[in-house]
Write a protein that binds this ligand. Structure first.
Ligand code: ARG
Length: 266
């Protein structure tokens, strides 16, 4: 009896997957598809839930559209979960809680445009990298910072515990750093002249600059980094599975497609 039920649900899952696939292929060829419509897949999950810790104020990697968290990371995680036969649950929290969430088993993965660093590798394992990030400096168009040379002694905003925070603190001194939980708050502090610059990742920077009058990104890049998925040290089984899924999803064009959808080539 049990066996039949299993076979039946397997058949159902296959039918669903085929149906979904057929439905998707047309969508994928249309670059103007609204990202909100179908980022998460709904193949019958059989292997439980993959929990992802993130800080969802980081467009285009993770951000809210209404109640839903969408973006590059959200879609790649959904594609990985689908490959593993799992459903995906995304938990939004402060960025500096995401690694702890993974370490304590509250989340299976942390995916947050997270840069691979030596320091973080002491606490978690990282998957293969799926994207590149660049730290840039956002300033007011008519403000006092026109180049990197002007940054010394200025008030610099960062998101707490990001690599931007680490670089800025190291280079300009703790007394000059203003730490925010959300980039949106750093951006309004910059817009209202409470701080002079923000050091942050380039794609989110572009998206905040596009949404806020009077801000710009300095030409000089601050640092180039690799983004990867953080997984608990002891969970090497999941690490292997995630790396295998990342490889397949890269080779079959899924990940390049997701990135191109959110970051159109200039
Ligand atoms: N790439 C930077 C880091 O790893 C910033 C990431 C911030 N991500 C976020 N979802 N707020 O430190």
């Amino acid at each position: 009896m049990k066996k039949y039920a299993k076979i039946l649900s397997l058949a159902l899952a296959v039918m669903l997957a085929v149906g979904l696939f057929a439905g998707c292929s047309q969508d994928g060829s249309n670059p103007s598809t609204n990202p909100s419509t179908e980022p998460t897949t709904s193949t019958e999950p059989t292997n439980g839930t993959l929990t992802m810790a993130t800080e969802a104020g980081f467009p285009p990697y993770e951000y809210y559209e209404g109640e839903q968290i969408i973006g590059i990371d959200a879609e790649i995680a959904a594609a990985i979960a689908e490959k593993l036969g799992m459903s995906l649950q995304i938990d939004d929290m402060d960025f500096d809680s995401t690694i702890t969430a993974v370490q304590t088993g509250k989340a299976d993965i942390a995916m947050a445009g997270m840069t691979v660093t030596e320091e973080r590798m002491k606490s978690v394992n990282f998957s293969d990298s799926y994207a590149t990030g660049i730290q840039v400096v956002v300033v007011a168009e008519n403000g006092s910072v026109a180049s990197l040379d002007d940054l010394a002694g200025k008030s610099i905003g960062v998101q707490q515990n990001t690599t931007g925070d680490i670089y800025a603190t190291g280079d300009y001194g703790d007394e000059n750093i203003q730490r925010f939980a959300r980039y949106a708050d750093a951006v309004s502090a910059l817009s209202t002249g409470k701080i002079d610059a923000i050091i942050m990742d380039n794609e989110p920077a572009k998206s905040f600059v596009a949404a806020n009058e009077g801000l710009k990104i300095l030409d000089t890049e601050y640092a180039v980094e690799d983004y990867a998925i953080a997984i608990a040290k002891e969970n090497t089984d999941l690490l292997d599975k995630v790396n295998a899924a990342l490889k397949e999803l890269t080779d079959d064009g899924t990940i390049p497609g997701i990135i191109a959808k959110y970051i159109p080539a200039e």
